[in-house]
Design a protein around this ligand. Structure first.
Ligand code: PLP
Ligand code: 3DJ
Length: 397
């Protein structure tokens, strides 16, 4: 046994989260793609079966009340809230992240307009996952703003009295870089603008502190570190003081204060439900609700500590096993700047990832040259990290 596998064994033995792995359906593959699609929590199939067979099959329409379908978006929002540092009543679940980016950004610009200072510009993260950039372009056109793409580090200098809103990613999907949410949010506020954060790659992997840091609006998906399943609904957070001013660009009937009054005039509901649009996707939503139970008794701080230890250890193993210079890590070394993934660049990354997957190490390839390895502390261990690095080195040799 190599020294690093011995070390992995010791680290796994001391890992207070190690037992959580049994809450998931996993085989002996090293699954390092939970930053794209989280693994299936073991109890979810039975719960979904109950929703389909009993709630839908037997109770049918009664389930909107009796099975709590109607209130699921807010109820599940409250379940996600502690994971991202929000009090109850601030998050609503529904739609995709893309749709929630649209709602949040247009609503942010509308709120900036209320100040009446002619704020003519939206800033967007130039390194963003593409969908946010596309939606921001459309939001800018619809609201008559110009859109400027800047890297998160350029944001403080780019802010001005012209800035209406800024759309940023908490963790960069490609490099795994963690951006400084507290200081960027306060810089955005100092300029009188609104901060909209995309939490897709941070929620469930590290503390976010939405309320504590005064984030205005935030969105995120639930199929990565929250393990909600393929296409599970996303969520929208609106800061409490802003909720009465949240003017949705998609004011569907589900966000009406009296949806069953069927009035031709729109009157927005108070609080989080104002972020709803149409009929919630109940099957996916209730699968997500069940999946969130794996968080019972789990602290985000413990998850963060293990995530950093795992990514540190993986980098150590990669350096020990791989010929120097064969790959370059584009994930920051500093813990304050690292999310829960390691991204390694090499020119043949696409081919290398195919071979890794064939050998039971599942990460993903991101164009043009990035090998991405996501570490989900709820089910990935140190021996997994060592084995992945060892097989990677063999494939790179
Ligand atoms: C940062 C980020 N935003 C948004 C999305 C996707 O949004 P949607 O769920 O609408 O496909 C992803 C991943 O797919 C992402 O990584
Ligand atoms: N949402 C995805 C999908 O529907 C298919 C494949 C991948 C995804 C992803 O989530 C990709 C992910 N956001 C990324 O960071 O690359």
């Amino acid at each position: 046994m190599s020294e690093l596998s011995l070390q992995a064994e010791k680290l796994d033995a001391a890992d207070e989260l190690a037992a959580l792995r049994t809450r998931f359906v996993l085989d002996d593959v090293v699954y390092l793609d939970g930053n794209s699609l989280g693994a299936l929590p073991a109890h979810v199939p039975d719960r979904v079966s109950d929703v389909v067979r009993r709630q839908w099959g037997e109770l049918r329409i009664r389930s909107w009340d009796e099975s709590g379908w109607w209130t699921a978006p807010e109820r599940i929002g409250d379940r996600i809230a502690p994971l991202v540092g929000a009090a109850p009543g601030r998050i609503v679940v529904g739609d995709s992240t893309s749709v929630n980016v649209f709602k949040a950004l247009v609503a942010a610009v509308r709120m900036a307009d209320e100040a009446g200072e002619g704020r003519s510009e939206i800033l967007v993260d130039a390194t963003t996952f593409p969908t946010d950039g596309y939606i921001a372009q459309s939001a800018a056109r619809l609201t008559g703003r110009t859109l400027r793409a800047v890297t998160p580090s350029q944001v403080p200098d780019a802010l001005s009295a012209r800035t209406a809103a800024v759309l940023l990613n908490h963790v960069d999907y490609r490099t795994g870089r963690l951006h400084d949410l507290p200081s960027l949010t306060s810089a955005i506020h100092a300029a009188g603008a609104l901060a909209v954060w995309d939490l897709c790659h941070s929620a469930g992997a590290l503390p976010v502190g939405l309320d504590e840091h005064g984030v205005d609006l935030a969105v995120g998906c639930t199929y990565k570190y929250l393990n909600g399943g393929p296409g599970s609904p996303a969520y929208l957070y609106v800061r409490e003081e802003l909720q009465p001013r949240f003017d949705s660009p998609l004011p569907g009937w589900n966000s009406h204060t009296d949806p069953f009054g069927m009035s031709p005039d729109y009157a927005p509901a108070p609080g989080a439900p104002r972020g709803r649009v149409g009929t919630p996707d109940i099957l996916s939503m209730l699968a997500l609700e069940a999946a969130l139970e794996v968080w019972d008794g789990v602290s985000v701080a413990a998850v963060r500590a293990k995530s950093l230890a795992l990514t540190d250890f993986f980098l150590t193993c990669v350096r020990a096993y791989t010929e120097p210079g064969r790959v370059e890590s584009v994930t920051p070394e500093r813990h304050e700047e690292r999310g829960s993934q390691v991204a390694l660049r090499c020119p043949d990354a696409g081919e290398v990832m195919k071979r890794l997957i064939a050998r039971g190490v599942v990460g993903d390839f991101r164009h043009p040259d990035v090998l991405r390895f996501g570490f989900t502390p709820l089910y990935v261990g140190f021996a997994d990290a060592e084995r992945a690095a060892r097989i990677l080195a063999e494939e790179l040799a």
